[in-house]
Each structure stands twice: as structure tokens, then as C-alpha cells.
Design a protein around this ligand. Structure first.
Ligand SMILES: Cc1cc2nc3c(=O)[nH]c(=O)nc-3n(C[C@H](O)[C@H](O)[C@H](O)COP(=O)(O)O)c2cc1C
Length: 197
């Protein structure tokens, strides 16, 4: 539908016993009740994302980039999306290697599209991870959304797979409103003229 945007929620951690899918499900639920999106969730643990890359960078290889068969559904979902919510924890003051690998296997799939962040972790709530992601995704010509949602010490602030803070859905709505605005604006712009990457 033209008045909704294809939103891809990406669960970035693949660790055994991880919390990421819980946050991803809650974010997807907020996005579905927002009304502005067709929501899909991709959990990176379900795809083959090797650390070893082909010789040429994906930026120049276009559709012929030799990705593993087990990555195909992820690539298609990134390609189809009008915008993204990246759900990330913080590992050693940055984001997980699984997320970096998924980003590096692609390029044009991110270009001229908005990306919002929902993070979680210890005291900083994953904000170091988000700062690094903003830097990296700018290189791919993505547009990062200013208002993020961070969950510090989530092990004390979530219960029954939901944040205890009653304001959390309100913050999520602000993030999703901004993401919807950018998704619409950038989709129109991409259709009007090729992005000069
Ligand atoms: C390798 C590793 C490094 C971590 N480093 C940090 C850190 O720098 N800051 C922080 O707040 N939490 C850190 N943590 C705690 C994680 O944020 C927490 O374990 C979180 O649950 C990880 O997300 P996941 O469960 O989806 O894997 C680290 C956890 C791991 C496994």
C-alpha cells in the first residue's frame, strides 16, 4: 500500500541465550500497532553470514555479488525495505560482529533509506553501539534517525518480555513517526531520480 512503508526490524545479536529476539518482537509489535508500516522481522541468527567476503566490495558488484544461498532471504528483505529498525546490544562498547558482517555483505540495499535504532545493554543502554552504527551506516548513504530508544540495564527494567517503563511505547512512537516520515520522503525521492551514490 502506498500510505504504508515496508519496515524491516533487524535482530542484530546471534549469541546463545541472547535477549535480542525479545526486544525485536516488542519493537515489531509497536510498529504494527503504529499503523504506518508493513512489518517484517529478520533475525540474523537464521542466516548464513560468513566473515570472509568476496574479493570485490559489494558497492561495485551490483546484483551479481556472490552471496551465499543462505543469505538470499535477508538480501531480498533489505532490498525491499523502505526503512529499518536495527535492534542492537552493546558488546565491548560497540555493536556485535554479526551486525557488521550483515552490513558489509550489502551496500545499495541501505542507500537512501532511513535507519532507526533500538538498543539495550548495561548502564549505557547500548548507546556506544548506536554511535558506531550511525557512523558506519552513513558511509552506505543511509539516513540515521535522531531519536533512538535505549534500554539500560534491561535485566532490571524488563519483565514478561516487555519494558516496565510505561513511557517506552511513547518513545517508540516518536521514533516510528520520524522513521515513517523519512521512509515516505526518501521513497518518493528514489523514485523521482536515481541517488547519486
Ligand atoms: C562480548 C560481550 C561484551 C559486552 N560488552 C558490553 C559493553 O561494553 N557494554 C554493555 O553495556 N554491555 C556489554 N555486554 C552485556 C550485553 O549488553 C548483554 O549481555 C546483552 O544481553 C547482549 O545482548 P544479547 O543478549 O542479545 O546477545 C557485553 C556482552 C558480551 C557478550
Amino acid at each position: 500500500m502506498e500510505n504504508t512503508h515496508k519496515l524491516l526490524v533487524i535482530v542484530g545479536s546471534v549469541r546463545e541465550g541472547r535477549f535480542g529476539p525479545t526486544v525485536g518482537s516488542w519493537v515489531a509489535e509497536q510498529a504494527r500497532s503504529h499503523g504506518g508500516f508493513e512489518v517484517d522481522v529478520m533475525d540474523l541468527a537464521e542466516f548464513d553470514i560468513p566473515l570472509s567476503l568476496p574479493a570485490a566490495p559489494p558497492k561495485y558488484a551490483g546484483d551479481d555479488y556472490p552471496r551465499p544461498a543462505g543469505m538470499a532471504a535477508l538480501t531480498s528483505a533489505l532490498e525491499a525495505a523502505d526503512g529499518f529498525v536495527v535492534v542492537t546490544p552493546e558488546y565491548n562498547h560497540s555493536y556485535p560482529a554479526s551486525l557488521k558482517a550483515a552490513i558489509d555483505w550489502h551496500f545499495t540495499q541501505w542507500t537512501a533509506k532511513p535507519v532507526a535504532f533500538v538498543s539495550y545493554g548495561g548502564a549505557a543502554g547500548g548507546r556506544h553501539a548506536v554511535l558506531h552504527l550511525e557512523n558506519v551506516l552513513t558511509e552506505l548513504h543511509a539516513v540515521t534517525i535522531r531519536d533512538g530508544l535505549a534500554f539500560p540495564n534491561y535485566f532490571h527494567t524488563w519483565q514478561d518480555d516487555r519494558p516496565l517503563d510505561p513511557e517506552a511505547p511513547v518513545y517508540a512512537k516518536t521514533l516510528l513517526d520520524q522513521l515513517a516520515w523519512w521512509a515516505g520522503a526518501l521513497r518518493s525521492a528514489r523514485r523521482a531520480a536515481p541517488y547519486p551514490a
